[in-house]
Write a protein that binds this ligand. Structure first.
Ligand SMILES: Nc1ncnc2c1ncn2[C@@H]1O[C@H](COP(=O)(O)OP(=O)(O)OP(=O)(O)O)[C@@H](O)[C@H]1O
Ligand SMILES: [Mg+2]
Length: 226
């Protein structure tokens, strides 16, 4: 499996009141560079799935901030999708109804127009989870085709997903994307969980294209890092 270098995102709350060691934008610039600079002959990923090693690693925060970064600073047309059907949060932040959403789109009852746009960024809620078992049974090729169809309208699609180790929907979705970004919580995500996640991603034939070490705390003085 290809694992490109992990980027570090600081524990923001911990650095409040003092200068954060690495501003978030710098982290996202590194991640964007990592995505765009592909080896010769390979095209950059356009459908990216973010998922973590357990709950609360910061997947929703990182995927949302990365989507904002790409749409505002890199001026890309970005679609951010809430693909965490067990714990959807995006609709609350964007003050939109939880349904219709991505589940309805995958099921084929709704079109891409259910996404709400603000400038370059469009957002799609998770939708009605009860539609999913039927959709999952309809097979991965269907998922893939529906996702590719969305890809015609956007330069980047970002999926905020639940951990693959506990969520079968993430397993199905991961293989339909161009790449997966693994988000780990610094000093909390255990090695065994990382291994279990990588195994599941491997079984799903997903391509891991990058990692984020979130909530990183810098215990020694900043100047020692330079
Ligand atoms: N780098 C960070 N520094 C400080 N707080 C953070 C950071 N990243 C995330 N958080 C906070 O941690 C909490 C959990 O983050 P978030 O909801 O993004 O995690 P998640 O992995 O999506 O969780 P879940 O698996 O439950 O969906 C939120 O309150 C968020 O604001
Ligand atoms: Mg989340």
């Amino acid at each position: 499996m290809d694992i490109v270098k992990m980027i570090n995102t600081p524990a923001e709350a911990a650095s409040r009141g003092s200068m954060p060691f690495v501003p978030f934008d710098t982290c996202f610039q590194q991640l964007a560079n990592q995505m765009m600079n592909c080896p010769d002959g390979q095209s950059p990923p356009c459908i990216l799935l973010f998922q973590g090693g357990g709950r609360g690693s910061g997947v929703s925060t990182i995927s949302r901030l990365f989507a904002h970064y790409l749409s505002e600073k890199v001026l890309m047309r970005v679609l951010l999708i809430d693909a965490d059907f067990d714990n959807p949060t995006l609709h609350k932040i964007h003050r939109m109804p939880p349904s219709p959403g991505f589940a309805d789109y995958l099921e084929g009852t709704r079109g891409p127009d259910i996404a709400q746009s603000i400038g370059n960024l469009s957002v799609m809620a998770a939708g009605d989870k009860s539609l999913l078992p039927r959709t999952l049974l309809s097979g991965r090729s269907d998922f893939k085709a529906r996702l590719r169809e969305l890809g015609k309208e956007y330069e980047m699609i970002i999926l905020d997903a639940a951990p693959i180790t506990t969520c079968p929907e993430t397993f199905s979705l991961a293989s339909c994307t161009d790449g997966v970004i693994f988000v780990a919580k610094s000093e909390k995500t255990r090695k065994a969980v990382v291994h279990a996640t990588m195994n599941q991603l491997h079984l799903a034939r997903a391509k891991v294209v990058g990692g984020v070490l979130n909530f990183r705390r810098f215990h020694i003085p900043t100047w020692l890092y330079h």
